[in-house]
Write a protein that binds this ligand. Structure first.
Ligand SMILES: Cc1ncc(COP(=O)(O)O)c(C=O)c1O
Length: 483
């Protein structure tokens, strides 16, 4: 509710003042500045034009969707923490570029510290990584490095995987791509995975620690056992789910033992979060559950040799050889130092443990779990599966017999509770499931439609359960009115 505006304003002003002082100190030749310019009519005219345009601009940006509000639960849009805004703005005023050390010495070091926080979080003792503009780019780079490091082979991922994987395989001209079916919880089907692995030609398996569609977590412990047997590079796409590990980390950095009264997750998800430390590479995005603004993805590798296969240099940059030049070992070129700064300040203020990020994320998990429970009070709405993380998909049972009737009733709700309705009291999205998966998920329903349409609620706002009349109750009321 903008209740922290006062402190934000105070600290933003501090950043502006500090930056102003810095500039004044660096520009020591005062003859460059002519005070008379400020009084000139043309200068005044230009400033007037700036004020007017900025006023119009501020009006225009408010016509967008209020992503910060709990009634927006359609996509993975998280309100950035104050630390992210401060860190980003304070650094962006000078605009460093983290592609090379010389372009951003301080923010390159911050980036390495952020990456080392994340490596510690997932349980890597050594390795290497860097920030990226987002999860898609992080995944792309990981597969690029693996393709050039290992002997050629297939890339395998589940039907629940982010759409970037197919695109990435096409960009990298991967010959064999296997998309594995999911089980009823939308996790990779392990039997089918093993059938593919038995052929002995798999180079990389991309497992999900939190699918984009419904937040399902693949069983990493089982996949690790398969890696032991068949040998492949295990990449975990934890772009969305990686920060959930903070819920099981104690204040001393220790992994908390599983206890269903204190750990907000299912034991199965807990085990997968622990197993992250055994992955070969991981995508984990600060700009999803890391409370920072776009674009901040991150890729980390356990084996540093994966860095060398993608080494690129250039005759006009990377001159400092005794310092890290992140761009030499990454796909992207220019990247904002401001993004690294936003992550750094956020990690510094909000610890990566159950008292910091974990406390915030626990509320999101609790919201999704409560929502799923509350669905059982309804005779018409059914949860797709008990949420592993903080996304819950659900559908209307229609006449209970045919998929067509279920989809029609579900879509009626969607039209009211989505961006299609400018006055929607809540904004949800859809999660569309293919026919063959639908057949397995709904064994007693006649599959007489092309797709199975479900509603998707992403409970990334951690204050849904707060207040006397909380927003989750309001969402349930809205759904009850539409059934
Ligand atoms: C599991 C997963 N992987 C990858 C991505 C892609 O990340 P980005 O949109 O930052 O490129 C997403 C985005 O939602 C995701 O959920």
């Amino acid at each position: 509710m903008a209740e922290n505006l006062k402190v934000l304003r105070e600290l933003l002003n501090l950043a502006l003042d500090k930056h102003g002082d810095w500039r004044k100190n660096v520009f020591d030749d005062e003859s460059i500045y002519e005070a008379s310019i400020e009084a000139s009519p043309s200068f005044q005219e230009e400033i007037q034009h700036l004020r007017q345009s900025f006023g119009e601009f501020l009006e225009r940006i408010q016509s967008s969707v209020p992503y910060f509000h709990p009634r927006y639960a359609a996509q993975m849009l998280k309100d950035p923490a104050i630390t992210a805004i401060l860190g980003y703005v304070a650094v962006m005023l000078a605009n460093p570029n983290n592609h090379a050390y010389e372009g951003g010495p301080v923010t390159t070091e911050m980036e390495m510290e952020v990456v080392s926080d994340l490596m510690k979080l997932v349980g890597f003792d050594s390795g290497w990584g860097h920030l990226a503009s987002g999860g898609s780019l992080a995944n792309l780079e990981a597969l690029w490095a693996v393709r050039d490091f290992r002997k050629p082979g297939k890339v395998v991922f589940s039907k629940g995987s982010h759409y970037s994987w197919k695109r990435i395989c096409s960009i990298l001209r991967i010959d064999g791509v296997e998309e594995i079916d999911v089980d009823r919880s939308y996790r990779i089907d392990l039997d089918r995975l093993e059938t593919v692995l038995r052929k002995g030609d798999v180079m990389l398996v991309a497992a999900n620690l939190g699918t984009t569609g419904c937040g399902s977590v693949d069983s990493l412990t089982d996949i690790l056992a398969l890696r032991e047997k068949y040998g492949f590079h295990l990449h975990v796409d934890a772009a969305y789910g990686g920060y959930f590990k903070t819920t099981i980390i104690g204040e001393k950095g220790d992994v908390l033992p599983y206890d269903e009264n204190t750990i907000p997750l299912k034991e199965f998800v807990y085990e997968s979060l622990i197993a992250l430390s055994e992955a070969d590479s991981i995508t984990i995005d600060p700009h999803k559950h890391g409370l920072v603004s776009y674009g901040a993805g991150c890729v980390i590798y356990r084996d540093e040799r994966l860095r060398d296969v993608i080494l690129n240099t250039a005759p006009y940059t990377y001159h400092k050889t005794d310092k890290p030049n992140l761009g030499m070992f990454s796909l992207e070129g220019s990247r904002p130092g401001a993004s690294a700064a936003a992550c750094w300040l956020t990690h510094k203020v909000i610890p990566l443990n159950s008292a910091g990020f974990g406390a915030i994320i626990s509320e999101c998990i609790r919201t999704a779990a409560t929502f799923y429970e509350r669905l059982s009070e309804s005779s018409a709405l059914i949860g797709l599966s008990r949420p592993d993380l903080d996304i819950c998909c659900f559908f209307h049972r229609g006449d209970g017999k045919s998929l067509k009737s279920m989809n029609a009733a579900t879509l009626n709700i969607y039209r009211e509770l989505s961006i299609e309705n400018p006055k929607a009291p809540f904004i949800l999205s859809k999660f569309v499931i293919d026919r063959s998966t639908a057949r397995r998920m709904l064994p007693s329903v006649e599959i007489d439609d092309e797709h199975f349409t479900t509603l998707r609620a992403v409970f990334m706002k951690h204050w849904m359960l707060m207040g006397k009349e909380n927003y989750l109750d309001k969402l349930i009321d809205a759904l009850n009115r539409l059934q």
